[in-house]
Structures are given as structure tokens and as C-alpha cells.
Write a protein that binds this ligand. Structure first.
Ligand SMILES: Cc1cc2nc3c(=O)[nH]c(=O)nc-3n(C[C@H](O)[C@H](O)[C@H](O)COP(=O)(O)OP(=O)(O)OC[C@H]3O[C@@H](n4cnc5c(N)ncnc54)[C@H](O)[C@@H]3O)c2cc1C
Length: 500
């Protein structure tokens, strides 16, 4: 068989790219080393990621992707696919009162999700097959060889003109070509241990909140007093922040919780993390009473996944007859759920190349953008690691993520994507310079994010509790090139501004 495109790796990235390529009229072979369903990590989504899903669904006529973009449509259309409700980003520090809640949506129907990847990836592969993608699993790609005009598999004799590597970090081409890991400049080495659990105790807030909207005191030893919470704190990606690292907690509706932590080498050594087993996990819990209280009775239902070096960056993105998805080029850290949106942005760019014709110039531009985005994310996450020991400093650091993410989302929503080029404003030198100036104490936080702050961020009056308030967006209209009146009109009619 001869195809236009071979895609190696059938995670969510490879499967979605395969669907898009079919819609562009390409013949596609999707090659998978393992088989579905299978465990995969990378579960927590974000508003920008879900907007990218919507954009792909609309641009490439993939209506069956669309329900994955919000919690409400997911539950209505695909109740059989494992999912969790993500209303926002919840962070706890180690001291009483240290917490930050940033809502990502005003309600459950339009909320983000956690993806049970075993279900979702399997679903996407079946969707790709239904669109005419030829799928082969349990393949041994040592058999894939380069030919004069493309690629050929020895076992089936399949031939492809172009190959896209969607096989994740340290994946197919990195190994086959013998490329070196180049690392991220100035980024600390981090290690990680994670699994899926049952029996995790989630703090029990009465929700919806009582009529006075006041939260009872006593969660993790801190008192909420008069402050209002923008969403139930556990219906979120929850994070514990501590010196040397952080932990994520992602609850699924089924009662399964995805959890793990990522720590710098010093703490990893102290925890004996290289054992990568239950004993190492127990030593971690023993350090943090609040986490111990939540996980003391929990049981893993998936094997322990240990990574001695979580971040990864290879040498190349493109070459003669091939390109890598961003997720095969590099990975930094789960903090801020950057992996899947970066992958989707890569898919959008590769789709444009497939549509317009693959040229050396187009590939070079894709490579430059992919490296620039990964490097910027690494710079930013390194700054978070540097702040983990100081929760208020960490909170300030997060504001740059939330400013860039909400600005980018809104710019795209109102049809002005040129205002927010590159993931987290990678291509906006002024934003990156402002971040550096803030780090050097040359700008205050409020000054540094002001040009992109359309979400009422860095407001001491909010006591680290950020709800979604479209009035903030209206007030920020000028930053998005709109008057307040124009933005009010957009919001009044836009489907995304309703949450029903
Ligand atoms: C601990 C951790 C937590 C994360 N959390 C998040 C998060 O919350 N949110 C987020 O957005 N991102 C997260 N990420 C990143 C996320 O996992 C990736 O961005 C995402 O999985 C990439 O999807 P993918 O389909 O490109 O690759 P993958 O999901 O890695 O899929 C690759 C596929 O290729 C197959 N394959 C591999 N090698 C070969 C080969 N030689 N031949 C054929 N097939 C092959 C594999 O079997 C697999 O099916 C996290 C990553 C880690 C490590």
C-alpha cells in the first residue's frame, strides 16, 4: 500500500493529526507500537487547549471532536469516556492560609476536563479509522526504512511519502536517528512518580455553597472566613506546592484520581525516589501531613510510573521527509498542563503545511516555532521551581501564565489570533521582557502583566481567589483592540460567553 502520510504513534496527538489529514484528502497510515486501550499520562486540559480542539473541529469538519471541548458536552455525548471536571487551578502551599484558586470557567457545563487517556485515545483511534485511516498496532518499527522518495515498512511493504513522528518523548525518530538529548538551558533536573488511585479523600465542601456562599472553616487547617470560593476547590487540577517540587491531583468522575509529584534532584535523593515504588511514595506522604491525610488510605490501581528525568528535548524537529509533533520534540513538566496544547498547536501548523504543500521553508518555520515555544515554557517553569519555596512569590509567578493564557484565548475567541502569537505569547518579545524585568525587580507584578491582563489578575483585593468575570474582559477591551462597547456586543452574542 502507498500512502501520502505515515504517522508513528497513536496517542491523542497522532490520532487527531490522522483525522485532520484525512479531512485534507490525504491517505494516512497510523502505526502504533502497542495497542489500545492503554494507560497514558497527560490528562488535564485548559481553556486554550479546549479552544484548539474547537478550532480543529470547525476548521477540518470534525464535529465528533467538538463534544470533547467542554465538560457538559462531553457528559451529554460521550458518557462512556472517562472524564473529570476541571473548574480551575487550585494551589496549596505548606503554611496555613496559603492557597490560590483561579477559575477557568464560570460553571460546570462549559468547564474544562481531565481526560482518562486510555478511553479518549482509544476513542480517537476508532474515529480516525472511521474516517479512512489505515491503523496498524503492535508494529515493530525497527522495520521502517528510508527509501529514495519516502518510507517503507518491511513487514507489510507499506510506503509513505512523508512521516510524522507522534510517538512522544524519546520516541521513534529520536532513537532511530541516534539524536542526542540537548536539554533546556537553565532548567533544573526533575524526577517524577505517579499513578492512578482509588480511595483518595477529597476535602468535603458542601457544594453548591450555602446561601451566604461562605465556606466552612477548617480545610487543611486554614480558615476561609469571609472569602468566597469561585468553584469547589477539588473540582480542579489541585496542586500542592513545596520547596523543591509540587504535586498534582486530578479527580475523575469514576472515583479514580490521577496523582503524582515532580521534584528536583535534591528532594528526590532525600526521598529515595529512584526506588520508584510504594515505599518512595510513602516517604513522600510522610513529609506532608495534609497530603498524608488525603492519600493515607488510597490504593494505586495502576503500576508506579517513575521518571528519573522528566524533561526532555531532542535535537531536531524536521528533516528530509519527516517532522515531529512538539510532544516528540520535548517535554518540560506537567505544571500548567502545557503538553497537550503545545501538541495541538503543532497539529494546526502541520495541517497548514499538509494543506498548502510541504516546503523546506515551511518546515524550517515549524521547527523554529516548536523550539521557541518549548524553550519559553521551560524558562517559565524553571522560574516556578525557583519560587516553590516561597508561596507568595510562586503565586505572583503564576499570574504570568494566567495573563498570557487568558489573553491568548480571548484574542483567538474574538478573531484576533495575531495579537497572541505562539504559545503563552512566545513570539511576543515585550511579554517575555516584562517577565524578565519583573524577575529583576525592575517592574512590579501589576505593571509587568498590565498590557495582557484581561482577567483582573494580580488584584490583592481578590485574596488569591479569582473567579471568571466577563467585566474584567470588557475593561481590558483596548488591550484586545476593541472598545468596551464592541466587546460587550461580542460577549452578548457569543456562545462561548454563555455557560449553559
Ligand atoms: C507526568 C506527566 C504529566 C503530564 N500531564 C499533562 C497534563 O496534565 N496536561 C497536558 O496537557 N499534558 C500533560 N503531559 C504531557 C502529555 O503527556 C503529552 O503532551 C501528550 O501525552 C502528548 O500526546 P501524544 O499523543 O503526542 O503522545 P503520547 O501520548 O506519548 O503517545 C505516543 C504514542 O506513540 C506510541 N509509540 C511510542 N514509540 C513508538 C514507536 N517507536 N513506534 C510506534 N509507536 C510508538 C506510544 O505507544 C503511544 O501510544 C504530561 C506528561 C507527563 C510526563
Amino acid at each position: 500500500m502507498h500512502v501520502d502520510l505515515a504517522i508513528v504513534g497513536s496517542g491523542f496527538g497522532g490520532a487527531i493529526l490522522a483525522m485532520v489529514a484525512r479531512r485534507l484528502g490525504k491517505s494516512v497510515l497510523l502505526l502504533e507500537r502497542g495497542s489500545h486501550p492503554r494507560f497514558a499520562i497527560g490528562e488535564s486540559t485548559s481553556p486554550l487547549m479546549n479552544l484548539l480542539i474547537e478550532e480543529l473541529a470547525h476548521t477540518y469538519d470534525l464535529p465528533r471532536l467538538l463534544p470533547l471541548a467542554t465538560y457538559g458536552t462531553w457528559k451529554a455525548h460521550y458518557p462512556e469516556l472517562g472524564v473529570g471536571l476541571k473548574r480551575g487551578f487550585t494551589y496549596y502551599g505548606t503554611q496555613p492560609g496559603e492557597r490560590l484558586l483561579v477559575a477557568a470557567s464560570p460553571g460546570d457545563p462549559c468547564a474544562d476536563t481531565h481526560w482518562l487517556r486510555a478511553d479518549v485515545d482509544h476513542f480517537l483511534v476508532k474515529e480516525a479509522i472511521a474516517l479512512g485511516v489505515v491503523y496498524r498496532d503492535n508494529v515493530d518499527l525497527a522495520q521502517l526504512e528510508r527509501t529514495e522518495n519516502g518510507w517503507r515498512t518491511r513487514d507489510h511493504g507499506d510506503e509513505a511519502d512523508f512521516l510524522i513522528d507522534a510517538s512522544g518523548p524519546k520516541g521513534f525518530l529520536h532513537r532511530r536517528q541516534g539524536w542526542k538529548e540537548v536539554g533546556f538551558c537553565g532548567y533544573p533536573n526533575t524526577q517524577s512518580l505517579f499513578s492512578h488511585f482509588v480511595g483518595v479523600k477529597l476535602p468535603s465542601y458542601p457544594w453548591p455553597l450555602p446561601p451566604n456562599n461562605r465556606v466552612p472553616s477548617g480545610c487543611f487547617g486554614w480558615e476561609e472566613g469571609e472569602n468566597l470560593l469561585p468553584y469547589p476547590p477539588d473540582a480542579a487540577a489541585s496542586h500542592y506546592i513545596f520547596p523543591g517540587g509540587w504535586m498534582w491531583i486530578l479527580p475523575f468522575d469514576s472515583g479514580v484520581t490521577s496523582a503524582g509529584f515532580s521534584v528536583e534532584d535534591g528532594l528526590a535523593d532525600a526521598l529515595g525516589l529512584s526506588e520508584g515504588n510504594a515505599a518512595a511514595w510513602e516517604r513522600f506522604l510522610a513529609r506532608f501531613p495534609a497530603i498524608q491525610a488525603q492519600f493515607g488510605d488510597a490504593q494505586p490501581i495502576e503500576k508506579w510510573h517513575y521518571s528519573p528525568k522528566l524533561s526532555f528535548r531532542t535535537e531536531h524537529v524536521v528533516g528530509e521527509g519527516f517532522a515531529l509533533l512538539p510532544s516528540a520534540v520535548g517535554f518540560i513538566d506537567p505544571l500548567y498542563s502545557t503538553g497537550m496544547p503545545l501538541t495541538l498547536l503543532g497539529i494546526q501548523r502541520l495541517a497548514t503545511l499538509l494543506e498548502q504543500g510541504i516546503t523546506a521553508e515551511g518546515l524550517a518555520s515549524y521547527e523554529a516555532t516548536t523550539f521557541a515555544e518549548l524553550d519559553w515554557v521551560a524558562t517559565f517553569i524553571a522560574a516556578n521551581y525557583a519560587a516553590f519555596a516561597d508561596f507568595p512569590r510562586f503565586v505572583d509567578t503564576t499570574m504570568f501564565y494566567f495573563a498570557a493564557a487568558s489573553f491568548s484565548e480571548l484574542a483567538r475567541r474574538i478573531g484576533k489570533p495575531e495579537l497572541a502569537q505562539g504559545y503563552l505569547l512566545t513570539k511576543n518579545a515585550a511579554f517575555r521582557e516584562s517577565f524578565a524585568a519583573w524577575q529583576e525587580n525592575k517592574l512590579s507584578l501589576a505593571e509587568a502583566i498590565a498590557p495582557w491582563n484581561v482577567a483582573g489578575l494580580a488584584d490583592p483585593g481578590k485574596h488569591n481567589l479569582y473567579g471568571v468575570d466577563l467585566e474584567d474582559v470588557v475593561r481590558g477591551g483596548a488591550k484586545l483592540g476593541k472598545t468596551e462597547a464592541e466587546l460587550r456586543e461580542v460577549i452578548a452574542t457569543a456562545e462561548w460567553a454563555r455557560c449553559e
